[in-house]
Design a protein around this ligand. Structure first.
Ligand code: ZN
Length: 213
């Protein structure tokens, strides 16, 4: 995850966050994210928003505009890296947190563990606050993966394949080399005390998939 100047959220801070979100998140939005999303898609506004994704198979689930910086990349800043994260939250709670204007963080994409479904929360031309480092944020795309660094069962084959296809498309679009110097973990961002994606993330497998081998 990606609170700009703090550690990866501890379970205690997650609990506080969950309580802070209140009944709406736990009872409604979070538990019923997908039915709610399809209901919203029937409205004209959501239909327009649905066309805003940069990756065709992603679902548009916009973050609060308070959680990123509007920009016009790659004119304003080159896009040179993909940063891999693990949420330390459920998929639905992550989307809810990104929609909370007080969260002060969001990533461009969130990948769901069970089936590899992808939500886009911030447009690629905008600067998402995900790496906790302004310079890295300006030059990267952030992808969150549903799960916990110490629970490898969340890193499913569906998630690896779906995320790798997304990263491959981003690399092709912006001319980013498909290697570990340019596809990095949050843990590799200078100044961070975050550990994601952690030792259970299979980098060899992931980079192979990004390269289509
Ligand atoms: Zn992270």
């Amino acid at each position: 995850m990606h609170r700009p100047n703090s550690a990866e959220p501890s379970r205690r801070s997650l609990l506080r966050g969950g309580l802070g979100l209140g009944a709406a998140a736990t009872a409604g939005l979070a538990a019923d994210l997908w039915p709610a999303a399809s209901a919203r898609a029937a409205t004209p506004a959501a239909a327009r928003a649905a066309t805003a994704v940069d990756y065709p198979s992603a679902t548009w689930a916009p973050a609060s505009t308070a959680n990123y910086t509007a920009s016009n990349r790659p004119s304003s800043y080159p896009i040179q890296m993909v940063v891999i994260h693990v949420t330390q939250e459920t998929f639905a709670d992550t989307i809810s947190l990104f929609q909370d204007p007080a969260h002060a963080a969001a990533a461009h994409y969130v990948v769901r563990s069970a089936d590899g479904a992808i939500d886009q929360c911030v447009r690629e031309h905008d600067i998402a606050w995900h790496a906790g480092n302004w310079d890295y944020n300006t030059r990267s795309i952030g992808i969150e993966h549903e799960g916990w660094v110490d629970q490898p069962s969340y890193f499913t084959t569906a998630m690896y394949h779906s995320s790798a296809a997304l990263t491959a498309a981003i690399c092709d679009k912006y001319g980013i080399p498909k290697d570990r110097a340019h596809i990095i973990g949050h843990v590799q961002v200078p100044g961070t005390d975050h550990t994601d994606p952690g030792p259970n993330w299979d980098w060899v497998r992931y980079i192979r998939l990004v390269n289509g081998v």
